[in-house]
Write a protein that binds this ligand. Structure first.
Ligand code: NAD
Ligand code: UDP
Length: 318
């Protein structure tokens, strides 16, 4: 029997590269499609010797041609860190709208099941806490983060359109803050920023007074949740994230502790529209997928630290 073929857009990024590994480990053939705008070929170069792995350098906002059959299309291409999507606002809007349209059109043509990487940002600066999937959100469409949040909200609507009007089997995962190896040290997100600063012995830059909260999920837990969702029958959005909520100040202190750094904490202005709280309600994922996160924060931070140290030892600047 021919093997299952999976297309992963954004496959050379942080999450995409972990998904490529997971689908290969499940015995599938994987096509990793990426234009490398925020990704890095080094994230997948260890897969190049596997004959079931293929890399396609392509912008998914252009027409996508993939020869042969496809069983699954996972659309993960998009700038994802606030620094990246503020630098690339139009590309972010295009990949969420045109890119999602192209990826859905391809899934429709191939009879493949489609999964979109959505985000907790669809809830914006939430007025409901913790966030459940039936909350419609509090997003400022014309604020700086609107380019990302609205692109993802449009992507969800487009996905539901293809499900309802074309009968495409679709899945929507709302991903909450995830961390782990292969994040870029300079992508500006809290974890790489803090670890890089701690390793350089610099002060950690906490934005605002640090009382805003986030809930951090280790990448292996996220990948397991996504895999289960793809294999499930659930057509509506599902939150995947770790409900362990903490303030950013507590998070910065945890990084200082784990690195054993002598760094102190310094405060910088809070970016515009920075959500004040964020915590996933994962009741739905627990009940329909039997999924709960397994990796404790300390364990996940240690694994991520080991990765960053290795990168730095191999000559990468921090
Ligand atoms: P990332 O930047 O590491 O990966 C994104 C990848 O998409 C990169 O390799 C980039 O080069 C590629 N890409 C961007 N635009 C493209 C285009 N037009 N054509 C082809 N490739 C393109 O980010 P990540 O953290 O791995 O995020 C992956 C996905 O998950 C994104 O869609 C993001 O919105 C979503 N997400 C991530 C998180 C998180 O905590 N990491 C949270 C919520 C949602
Ligand atoms: N943050 C911070 N210092 C940094 C980077 C981020 O205090 O150097 C804060 C940021 O303002 C936000 C939280 O950490 O409140 C998480 O930011 P991140 O960019 O990781 O993700 P977000 O959840 O905002 O998309």
């Amino acid at each position: 029997m021919a093997s299952t073929r999976v297309l992963i857009t954004g496959g050379a990024g942080f999450l995409g590269s972990h998904l490529c590994e997971r689908f290969l480990a499940e015995g599938n053939e994987v096509i990793c499609m990426d234009n490398l705008v925020t990704g890095d070929l080094r994230n997948v170069e260890h897969l190049f010797d596997d004959p079931r792995f293929h890399f396609a350098h392509q912008d998914v906002t252009e027409f996508i041609h993939v020869p042969g059959k496809l069983d699954y299309v996972l659309h993960f291409a998009s700038p994802a860190s606030p620094i990246d999507y503020l630098e690339l606002p139009i590309q972010t809007l295009k990949v969420g709208s045109l890119g999602t349209h192209k990826a859905l059109g391809l899934a429709h043509a191939k009879g493949a099941r489609f999964l979109i990487a959505s985000t907790s940002e669809v809830y914006g600066d939430p007025l409901v806490h913790p966030q459940k999937e039936d909350y419609w959100g509090n997003v400022n469409p014309v604020g700086p983060r609107g380019v990302y949040d609205e692109a993802k909200r449009f992507a969800e609507a487009m996905t539901m359109g293809y499900q309802r009007y074309h009968g495409v089997q679709t899945r929507i995962v709302r991903i909450f803050n995830t961390y782990g190896p292969r994040m870029r040290l300079n992508d500006g997100r809290a974890l790489p920023a803090f670890m890089g600063q701690a390793l350089r012995g610099e002060d950690l830059t906490v934005f605002g007074d640090g009382s805003q909260t986030r809930s951090f999920c280790y990448v292996d837990d996220l990948v397991e949740g996504i895999y289960r969702l793809l294999m499930s029958d659930e057509p509506l959005p599902v939150n995947i994230g770790n409900p362990h909520e903490m303030t950013i100040l507590e998070f910065a202190k945890a990084v200082i502790d784990i690195t054993g750094s002598g760094s102190k904490i310094t405060h910088r202005p809070l970016p515009e529209d920075d959500p004040k709280v964020r915590q996933p309600d994962i009741t739905k994922a627990k009940s329909i997928l039997g999924w709960t996160p397994q990796v404790e924060l300390r364990d996940g931070l240690e694994r991520t630290l080991a990765y960053f140290k290795k990168r730095i030892e191999s000559g990468e600047s921090v």
